[in-house]
Design a binder for this molecule. Sequence first.
Ligand code: C2E
Ligand code: MG
Ligand code: MG
Length: 779
Amino acid sequence: MTAQFRPLLKRFGRLRQRLEESLQARILFLFIGLLCAIMAVSVIAAGTGIAQFTRNSAARDMAANARVFDQVIKLRTQHLRESATLVARDFGFREALALGDQPTIGSALDSLASRTSARSAAVIMLDGSVIADPAMPLPQGKLVLPMLEKGRMDGIVRLDGRYALAVATPVEMPDLVGWLLLFQPMDKAELASLASLAAVPIEARLIDRAARPAALASARSGQILLLDTPTGRQLTRVSDLPGLEQGLAPQLLLRHSLDKAMASYRSLEFILIGIALAGAVLGLWVALRLSRSIIRPLNSLVEATQRVAAGHVTSVPVFGHDEVATLASSFNAMVEAIDDRERKIVHTSLHDGLTGLPNRLFMIEKLDRAVARQSDRARTLLAFIDLDDFKAINDSLGHPLGDALLCHIGKEIQAIFPDAMVARFGGDEFGMFLSGLDQNADCPRIAARLHEALNRATVLDGHAIPVSASFGIAIGPDDGHDSETLLKNADLALYRAKTEGKGTYTFFEASLDELARQRRQMEVDLHQAIREGGFELYFQPLYSLSENRCKGFEALLRWNHPQRGRVSPVQFIPLAEETGLIVPIGDWVIREACRQAAQWPEQVSVAVNVSPRQFANPAFAQTVVQALAASGLQATRLELEITESIFIGNVERTLASLHALRSLGVRLALDDFGTGYSSLSYLRSFPFDKLKIDQSFVRTLDDDPAGQAIIRAITTLARALGIETLAEGVETDSHMQILRLEGCDLIQGYLISRPVSAGEVAALIDGTSHPHLAARNAA
Ligand code: C2E
Ligand code: MG
Ligand code: MG
């Protein structure tokens, strides 16, 4: 059973899926379904109406025909009666009857029958005997007599089993002797000729009530019934007729075929169905057009959506003002909004939020294109710019002003080079490139103009800001055939500019690449030295002028490079600082300095240089504690030399770290004093134990009277603040004399001793190894 329905279910499932997937199919399905239902109902209603009408009119026709039958029978009865009455009154006839003259009676009856439309005639005597032509069918006198006696003068009788209309008239001589009867056969042929008078085809038949069909058992006389017969549906009517024979109840049965009656209306039904089908086809066409008018814009919306998803900007045409049109305009508005947002996102991702300038990514993208087009006659000049000491400006003047300065610089560069692409790379770094420069373009002039723009004081928000910036320049195609190489080379040039001092610029040279390579090699070697212990400490005496003795030593780092020999800290400390390697190196220096100093006499201290990066390390104080603990050196014998650069950045945190170190008991010296530009303000914030006056002030003492005045000012100020002073780089006796005169507490320099190895320290403490020391000790 299920197997039988399986294909059907499958097909139904497919149809359902199709309907679910397609709006057009759903609209068509619904519309056509509805239309067919309406058509079907209309056709059925019309068909039923037609059938009812046909039935009613057929019934009406039938009733009219029945009346025609009654009328005809009535007329015939009347006609027969008149004829019979004439014969019954005829004297000759009555005489023949009285005499029992059979031949006369017979010929009289024959002539009577032939004169009238009657088929036969007969006389029924009072005893029920029948006188008639023996050749003709005879009535049953015994059965007819009782009816005659009751006074019934006409009705249906059976002649040899066949129905006939009989009309009687009494024969009196003068008394009643019998009745003369005339018979008109009511057989099939007669009834058929009667039926032919009817307007509609009718079948007429006489039946005996007792023998009528069961379907008509309950039918009343004159009632019309609809019967289903083997030959089709029939409208049937039975009506009572008078009977002139005892036991006979004749009825006239009329039949009219409803199917035949309706046949004439069938064409109407076909027309109706035709109209319904035409309506359905028209409906289908309308539904198709309607659904297409909805689906087509929807489909173009779907296509447009797919185009948008594929990243295109598109719009759909809007027709009219209906819902679909509203949807289309909403879609267009949405696409525009998306496009707008995307453009903003792209702009944000390619621009710097603060200055609004293109960012590094955007610039590289543009540079790629410019570099692809470059040639010897269309060169690309790329400048990599970095502001000097921007951190200090930010810290001292606040971030809002720092931001304003960055915006100002960006605008300044763009104003001077309107054709250039200017970008902010992040922080205080900018990039700028000019493309399509011909061979005669004056690149040094361009660099000079850029330098001028970047290195002039500006006033922002009432503050005069001394702007200084360094930059490196690379020119394609000589310095690079792709943007990456150009950027790298401009960066190398910038690095060189930075190492040369503030506010400078450098053009890229191939040697810079070599320097960079050397730097990378040095970094690798530094790692190896940390691992394998390639460092050594040298010590330089710190000589007290008042006590005439060596009060301590400054530990100075030396790197014994396997190939290059002894490397000066000036060469590798900046790289170690830059790479962060200074932290492990500095840790080793503190531990080693403490370890060495612990072996010296108690009154001799050790000074260790601490770099800003090392100082900023949160674990620095812990390193100091561990070095002191491991060596057993008294904290007061350890002096940490720091430079003013540690104050760049978070001043609060720096001060907190200084106080923490001071609380350990170690001494703090401010190294290279006078080289920074706000030294005095730091002295106010933190009471250092010692100021180490930078050797640049000492070097000029001989020929510059102002140098002496500066030394005096520093020593006076330091004494007022209770701070010891030491002068660095003392190489001559006259320097020493002047410094002694100006109240300097200590000196350090080649005059006393060059930095010496750990093994030579003891001799210096004894004062025997150096003539100056020895002489002073002796004095
Ligand atoms: P600094 O701390 O100012 O050290 C003094 C420098 O001046 C030493 O150079 C020393 O040799 C040199 N010097 C001393 N007397 C004279 C003199 O009479 N004339 C001249 N021309 N120079 C003199 P050095 O050893 O080459 O150190 C250079 C710098 O390297 C140091 O300057 C210091 O800033 C840094 N440094 C040295 N060792 C370390 C270290 O262990 N850690 C850190 N962070 N920096 C170190
Ligand atoms: Mg020092
Ligand atoms: Mg120094």
